[in-house]
Design a protein around this ligand. Structure first.
Ligand code: ADP
Length: 310
C-alpha cells in the first residue's frame, strides 16, 4: 500500500473531522485499534485493516437516499441508513476514490450484516466494529475474548446476537445476516467433526506403534492453545520418537501441517502442535512427572475405541 496508504489515511482523517461527530470518531478509533491488533494476531495486513476501519462508518451520519439511488444499491436501502451506510461507503470508495482491492471493499460493504464465507479481513472488521473498547452491551466481554481466539466462533456469537436483537425490535433482519449465521453454524460443526476424526487418527497412529495409555482430552474453551490434547507413552526415547514420527506421517497424509514441535532428542517428552490438536508423547517417568491428566482433570475424555486396548 505505502504511498497509497498515507494518502488514504490523510483523506479519511480530514473527511471524518468534517462529517463525523466526535462520539463516532471515538468509536472509529476503537475499531481501528482493535482491527490492527486482530490483523497482527490472525496474519492479515494491519494497514489494510486500519484503512477498512477508518472508512467503514464514513457515511453513518448523513441521509443517504441520494447516494443509494446514484449507486443503484436497491430500494431496500432507501430510508435505512443503518444498512445503507456500509454499501454506500464501499460504492463511494470504489467509484469516487479509486479503491480497487475487492477484499478491502467487501470488508466495508459487509461490516454491518456479515455474510457467508467472509475473508479474514472481513471477519476482522465485522468483529472489531462489534467489540471495540467503547462498545458496552451484555455479552461484549465474551465477544472480545472470542474475537482474539476464534474468528468463526466470534462471528457466530455476534451474528446470533444480531438476529435476536433485530427480531426483538421487530425490524426486518438482513438476509445476509441470517445466511451467515447458518453458514458459520455449519462450518463450526464441520470443523469439530473433522477435529474429532483427526484425534482418532492420532490415537490410531500411536496405537499402531504400540504406544500405551493413549488418551485424548477435549479442552475446547478451556485451553487457549488447542481444542484437543492427545497423550501417550512409550517405553524409551527411541520409542517415543517412533510414535511421534508415525503421528506426523499420518497427519501429513491427511494434509495436516505440523505447526511446531518440541522435545526431540532424549528429553522424554515430545510435543507435536497441529493447531487445534496437540499430541504429547512421553516416556513413562516423564508422563507421571508432568501428569497432564490432572492438569486437565475437569476435561472430558474422547472415546477412542482402539484395537490394541480392550
Ligand atoms: N443485520 C442487520 N439486519 C437488519 N438490521 C440491522 C442489522 N444490523 C443492524 N441493524 C439495525 O441497525 C441498528 C444499529 O445497529 P448497530 O450495530 O447497533 O449500529 P451502531 O454501529 O450504530 O451501534 C440496529 O438497531 C438495527 O435496527
Amino acid at each position: 500500500m505505502n504511498k497509497d496508504y498515507t494518502e488514504r489515511k490523510l483523506y479519511i482523517e480530514d473527511f471524518l473531522k468534517k462529517h463525523i461527530s466526535e462520539k463516532r470518531r471515538k468509536h472509529i478509533r476503537g475499531v481501528r485499534e482493535t482491527a490492527i491488533r486482530m490483523a497482527e494476531k490472525f496474519g492479515a495486513d494491519p494497514e489494510k485493516a486500519e484503512i477498512a476501519a477508518l472508512y467503514h462508518d464514513m457515511f453513518k451520519e448523513r441521509d443517504l437516499d441520494d447516494l443509494v439511488l446514484r449507486y443503484g444499491l436497491g430500494d431496500r436501502y432507501l430510508g435505512n441508513r443503518n444498512l445503507a451506510h456500509s454499501k454506500v461507503a464501499a460504492a463511494f470508495m470504489e467509484q469516487e476514490l479509486g479503491f480497487r482491492d475487492p477484499d478491502l471493499l467487501n470488508a466495508v460493504r459487509f461490516h454491518t450484516t456479515g455474510r457467508p464465507g467472509m475473508s479474514v479481513l472481513e471477519q476482522i472488521l465485522y468483529l472489531a466494529d462489534a467489540c471495540e473498547p467503547n462498545r458496552d452491551y451484555p455479552g461484549v466481554e465474551k465477544l472480545r475474548e472470542l474475537a482474539f481466539r476464534d474468528l468463526d466462533e466470534a462471528c457466530l456469537f455476534s451474528l446470533a446476537r444480531t438476529v435476536t436483537y433485530v427480531r426483538e425490535q421487530a425490524s426486518p433482519l438482513d438476509e445476509d445476516t441470517l445466511r451467515a449465521k447458518e453458514y458459520y453454524e455449519e462450518r463450526i460443526m464441520r470443523t469439530k467433526m473433522d477435529n474429532l476424526n483427526l484425534v482418532k487418527e492420532a490415537a490410531k497412529a500411536l496405537d499402531e506403534r504400540r504406544g500405551e495409555n493413549i488418551i485424548a482430552l477435549n479442552v475446547t474453551g478451556k485451553s487457549s492453545f488447542a481444542d484437543y490434547i492427545v497423550i501417550a507413552e512409550g517405553g524409551s526415547d527411541r520409542q517415543t520418537e517412533a510414535l511421534a514420527d508415525n503421528v506426523e506421517d499420518r497427519f501429513a497424509e491427511l494434509g495436516q501441517e505440523l505447526r511446531g514441535s518440541e522435545g526431540w532428542h532424549n528429553t522424554g517428552w515430545i510435543l507435536l502442535d497441529f493447531g487445534d490438536i496437540v499430541v504429547n508423547v512421553f516416556t513413562k517417568g516423564m508422563r507421571e512427572k508432568y501428569n497432564l491428566e490432572s492438569v486437565w482433570g475437569d476435561c472430558e475424555q474422547v472415546p477412542l475405541d482402539l484395537e490394541g486396548e480392550e
